[in-house]
Design a protein around this ligand. Structure first.
Ligand code: GLC
Length: 600
């Protein structure tokens, strides 16, 4: 029923009110209502254990540098601020950090519009700070993953300035320039749509041609059919690899190549972006996304990183069906080591739904393929806000995320239960928010659309001191307003409380590290019969150990058949639980309780 509401309302709203399109795939929004909630068959299908890989035990923490810690007092986070908090991250138990981009940039899209790939944007620090950050991370056995927007540059990049200057400039072909359509070239070259909506072409009067951009009009796409472009970008990768970085998160990699003939995309009935297909905003996107050349490109990137030891990591931000995503791993696992799997960010909080997603992922990406599990990021509504700030539910989600086979990615602040904030579109720092200032507030509220990404990017809440301990300057206006929740939700307070979500994350990460089955074991869903609507259960199986994970997603107490005799408790989301009594052959879980146990 809700499906219908979304579809009809959005089809009407989009078609009638927003002739230029409405939302970006990467938009934070509630899309859960569009997902099926069918229960899967919780069979006994097992996947074999992973091959040993130096990357199998990665636990990645995503830092949005503007928002993590300000060391200079200007209200913007920076690299030295991050260095100050590395001990906190080590204590938390993560072993890799993905940094949203801090390369030189006019910050039109807060770093996703690079104007120099070889330097650090001054608001974040200098190359000396970068070197120190990397050294300090490596001293703590943490891997450094840089975020590389390869698909496009900033309009301020010297390559683009040259390219735009005249039709016969040597760099003209580094970007995708075309004549407009008749009459008089005043219409864009084809019907391609940018992801945040509207035509994907921008007109430049000086040369009377249009340039292609997949995202925002100040982020022109590079032309990877030109070998010079490829070489220039491969040099960028090598520069950072030679400095010692451990891997890259590859921004919208699925958009690298476009159809050479620029054929029009077909019409699609898809309205909103989803995590299962690239079709959206009534466009199929078959000619501008996920081209075969792009899958090959993933393998070329792998060849570059494979020249380095120890193993370097490539993590693709790509969208499409699971079959399309699978292609980025390469036919022989010789492409990217992993891609983001975003379904949890929008799926309803239901065990049956999660079991169905997990079954599908395990089938498409059996070992040694590595899935990733993401609950939130800098483009999406924070997970805990989707759960109406219910900490018990958030602990269940964390237990699931940190015990699955694959790489978990924790978004900064998720570990303390930081919620999304509400921001006005008119003062949005996010350019997408500013694009939609004219959308009536009531409509956003009614449709639960978040048209600015500011809400999930607020400064980290370190303490209940002014600026939440984010900046040393207690009077500074931080780049985004700090969430009003900071007096209650902050690191200092939660550190002291054994039952806090922060301590739940720490215990989980320690258990993951100490138990080989949780790092390298295979995955098998556990049959639950009648309780499958309330609970999710699975095992992680390794030759040395089998670990069981039982999660109660309901507010009721539940009694489940115990799968083994004499289970030993490894963890419970409830910090008060002391042991597991299964003497009558059953396990009793409290409301929203998750437990991890093994055979004695
Ligand atoms: C990716 C990033 C997003 C950025 C966009 C354009 O989706 O996650 O933040 O705006 O690409 O680079």
């Amino acid at each position: 029923m809700r499906n219908c509401k979304w579809y009809v309302v959005l089809a009407l709203a989009t078609a009638l009110l927003f002739p230029h399109g409405i939302v970006a795939r990467d938009f934070p929004m509630h899309t859960g209502a569009r997902q099926s909630t069918e229960s899967p068959s919780l069979g006994e299908k097992r996947t074999p254990a992973s091959k040993e890989s130096s990357l199998a035990d990665l636990v990645i923490y995503q830092i949005y540098p503007r928002s993590f810690k300000d060391s200079t007092g200007d209200g913007v986070g920076d690299l030295r601020g991050i260095i100050e908090e590395l001990d906190y991250l080590q204590e938390l138990g993560i072993n890799a950090i993905w940094f949203s981009p801090f390369f030189t940039s006019p910050q039109g899209d807060h770093g996703y519009d690079v104007s120099d790939y070889y330097d650090i944007s001054p608001e974040y620090g200098t190359m000396v700070d970068f070197d120190e950050l990397m050294e300090e991370m490596h001293a703590r056995d943490m891997k450094m993953i840089l975020d590389l927007p390869l698909n496009h540059t900033s309009i301020e990049h010297p390559w683009f300035k040259d390219s735009a200057s005249s039709k016969d400039n040597a760099k003209r072909d580094w970007y995708i320039w075309r004549d407009g359509k008749k009459p008089n070239g005043k219409a864009p070259p084809n019907n391609w749509k940018a992801i945040p909506g509207g035509s994907a072409w921008r007109y430049f009067k000086n040369t009377d041609q249009w340039v292609y951009f997949h995202f925002l009009p100040f982020q022109p796409d590079l032309n990877y059919r030109n070998p010079e472009v490829k070489e220039a970008m491969f040099n960028v990768l090598q520069f950072w690899l030679n400095k010692g970085v451990d891997g890259f998160r590859l921004d919208i990699l699925h958009a690298i190549y476009e159809d050479e003939q620029l054929r029009d995309d077909s019409f699609s009935w898809a309205v909103l972006p989803s995590d299962k297909t690239t079709a959206s905003l009534f466009t199929a996107h078959q000619y501008d996304l996920n081209l075969p050349e792009t899958y090959d490109f993933a393998m070329e990137l792998r060849e570059i990183v494979d020249e380095y030891q120890p193993e370097r990591f490539l993590l693709g931000e790509v969208f499409g069906s699971i079959e399309e995503l699978r292609k980025y791993y390469g036919p022989e696992n010789n492409g990217l080591q992993s891609v983001f799997l975003f379904e949890f960010t929008s799926a309803p909080f239901k065990p049956g739904k999660y079991a169905e997603i997990l079954g599908r992922i395990e089938e498409a990406l059996p070992p040694p393929y590595m899935p990733t599990y993401v609950l939130s990021n800098h483009d999406r509504v924070r997970f805990i806000s989707r759960l109406r700030n219910n900490l018990d539910k958030a602990k269940i989600a964390a237990t699931m995320q940190l015990t699955l086979r694959g790489v978990p990615i924790i978004y900064y602040g998720e570990e303390i239960g930081m919620p999304n904030s509400a921001f006005k579109l008119s003062t949005s720092q996010d350019p997408i928010g500013r694009k939609y200032t004219w959308v009536p507030r009531f409509l956003c509220k009614w449709l639960k659309l978040s048209l600015t990404r500011d809400g999930c990017r607020t400064p980290m809440q370190w303490s209940d001191k002014p600026t939440a301990g984010f900046s040393p300057n207690s009077h500074v206006k931080t780049w985004l307003k700090i969430s009003d929740t900071y007096r209650e939700i902050n690191v200092a307070k939660e550190r002291e409380d054994p039952s806090s979500i922060l301590n739940c994350y720490k215990r989980l990460l320690k258990i993951r590290k100490d138990n080989v089955a949780l790092q390298a074991g295979s995955f098998a869903l556990q049959e639950l019969d009648k309780l499958r609507g309330k609970c999710l259960a699975y095992r992680r199986i390794h030759e040395e150990q089998t670990v069981f994970i039982y999660l109660n997603f309901s507010k009721d107490k539940v009694r489940l058949k115990c799968p083994i005799e004499r289970p030993t408790l490894l963890f419970s989301t409830s910090a008060d639980r002391v042991g597991l009594d299964s003497s009558d052959g059953t396990l009793r879980l409290g409301p929203f309780e998750g437990i991890i146990f093994e055979k004695q």
